[in-house]
Ligand binder design. Structure first.
Ligand code: FAD
Length: 454
């Protein structure tokens, strides 16, 4: 049994300082999260060897690498990116960026996806990450192993293969694994009775690229999350007749032309007609599921005990590491967050765990902490499937990790501007992306000027 007591961590730290071998870090994925993790490990070469990033595609940027095709790459792997052609960000660049690397000054607040990809390329080069990436390499297995040396007797065997010729495979040993494989690529298909009987075109937003193919068509968009709303607006621009079906309270902000709201779909009838929860029916030509994505870790050994149930990845201490295997970190599973700054905080926290600046509690204490946190959320009426949805709680979470890890928290204007943007989006989804906050960097300025824009 591994002993993760405070004393042991202290010893480990002293060990490292005394000249033990540097820890070898593997990063799965070179999207925003993987790049961010690598940037912070590279800054700590006193303790860590340069990380190895495994990236199954030929590019950095993950979901920001727009791919015209849908389905599969030439090598048979499923297309990773869920980007659509005309997407502009829904978070202003002033707070979407990593806190230590702003977007270019000349850009507007809400940038096209191509600019985010460029930004990630620049981040990668600025922090000299590229030379550590193994492109075209898929991680197939992450297996824990007990060892005599290394990080408290724990190491990881990573099996990776050439993304084209899967028979070319190697196994290597690492001390730490950062799992950064993304969470927006495996479509979640809700269990709607009779769905298979739908006679028109059934698709998921993962396969949506542009509005033109839907011009003048009747489209049922299921889900009014950010993608559902965005896609409904794009469809309205090409004169599609959109039914936006969702389970939230009816949206009161001005809706795009040709978009009407409906309650959730209850079933699809024998003749392919769709029935809603209020009993009304429709026969759209297209049924577009904007229903989100599954968490998937096909490479992770079951022994690690990480389970995915009802959109919850569990058990993870601070939504990040399994108590029984605390040298593995699953970055960015929280939802309704400001992703890049969140990755920054989580990566720095992971390092504070590994270098001992945060003395990790015992396995039992961590498990108890997780249970108490879940219980508190459930007592507040949070359903299991929404536990990872941090929303405005993300700021307290970020601050908490920074406090525990003893590093700089995010400047306050981050939460101010992000939260203000959320309010504007809810009030005016048709126009909020035309706002320009460009030089915002002080709390008072943000509040004053955002109010001025009402
Ligand atoms: P990804 O970007 O998905 O990167 C994961 C990487 O891991 C990929 O490169 C993939 O190829 C690689 N990988 C996966 N499995 C393996 C494996 N087995 N072996 C090797 N490599 C592997 N965020 C914002 O901040 N603002 C926005 O406006 C915004 N809009 C969005 C719009 C859409 C349509 C979507 C889908 C997401 C949006 N997001 C937005 C969220 C976005 O997902 C995050 O900003 C961020 O890019 C996620 O980064 P990631 O590194 O976690 O995942």
């Amino acid at each position: 049994k591994l002993d993760w007591s405070r004393e042991n961590f202290k010893c480990f730290r002293i060990h490292i300082m005394a000249g033990m071998e540097k820890l070898r870090v593997a990063v799965v994925g070179a999207g925003a999260a993987g790049l961010c993790a690598a940037r912070h490990f590279l800054a700590r070469q006193d303790l860590f060897a340069p990380p190895v990033l495994f990236e199954l595609t030929k590019d950095v940027g993950g979901t920001w690498v727009y791919e015209e095709r849908v389905g599969h790459y030439d090598n048979g792997l499923p297309i990773h990116s869920s980007m659509y052609r005309d997407l502009r960000t829904n978070i202003p660049k002033e707070v979407m960026s990593f806190p230590d690397f702003p977007f270019a000054k000349h850009l507007p607040s809400f940038v096209p996806h191509t600019e985010v990809r460029k930004y990630l390329e620049q981040y990668c080069d600025h922090f000299n990450i590229r030379e550590h990436i193994r492109f075209g390499t898929t991680v197939d297995a992450v297996d824990p192993v007990k060892v005599k040396t290394g990080w408290k007797g724990l190491a990881w065997d990573i099996t990776s293969s050439d993304s084209v010729d899967r028979s070319k495979s190697i196994k290597e040993r690492f001390d730490v694994v950062m799992v950064c494989n993304g969470h927006f690529y495996d479509p979640y298909i809700p269990a709607i009775p009779g769905l298979g009987k739908f006679k028109g075109m059934l698709m998921h937003s993962h396969e949506y690229r542009s509005a033109e193919p839907f011009a003048d068509k009747s489209v049922l968009v299921l889900g009014a999350g950010l993608s559902g709303l965005d896609i409904a607006m794009e469809l309205s621009d090409v004169n599609a007749k959109v039914i936006l079906s969702h389970g939230q309270k009816p949206l009161t902000c001005p809706m795009p032309q040709g978009v009407e709201q409906a309650p959730p779909v209850s079933k699809v009838l024998e003749d392919g007609i769709v029935e809603f929860q209020d009993g009304k029916r429709a026969e759209p030509e297209v049924f577009m599921l904007c229903t989100g994505y599954n968490f998937v870790y096909p490479f992770l050994n079951e022994q690690v005990g990480v389970q995915v149930k009802e959109h919850l990845v569990y058990p993870l201490y601070k939504f990040l590491l399994p108590p029984a295997y605390p040298s593995l970190f699953i970055v960015g599973i929280c939802r309704a967050i400001c992703p890049f700054p969140h990755f920054h905080i989580q990566s720095k926290f992971a390092i504070s765990v590994l270098d001992g600046s945060f003395a990790l509690p015992s396995r039992e204490e961590m498990e108890k902490d997780i249970e108490m946190d879940m219980a508190a959320r459930r007592a507040r009426g949070v359903a299991t499937r929404h536990i990872l949805k941090l929303d405005s709680e993300q700021w307290a979470y970020n601050d908490h990790l920074a406090h525990l890890g003893g590093f700089q928290p995010l400047p306050r204007y981050w939460s101010n501007l992000y939260e203000s943007n959320k309010v504007f989006r809810a009030r005016d989804m048709l126009n909020y992306k035309t706002y320009n906050y460009n030089v915002v960097n002080e709390t008072e300025w943000v509040v004053k000027n955002l109010q001025g824009q009402q």
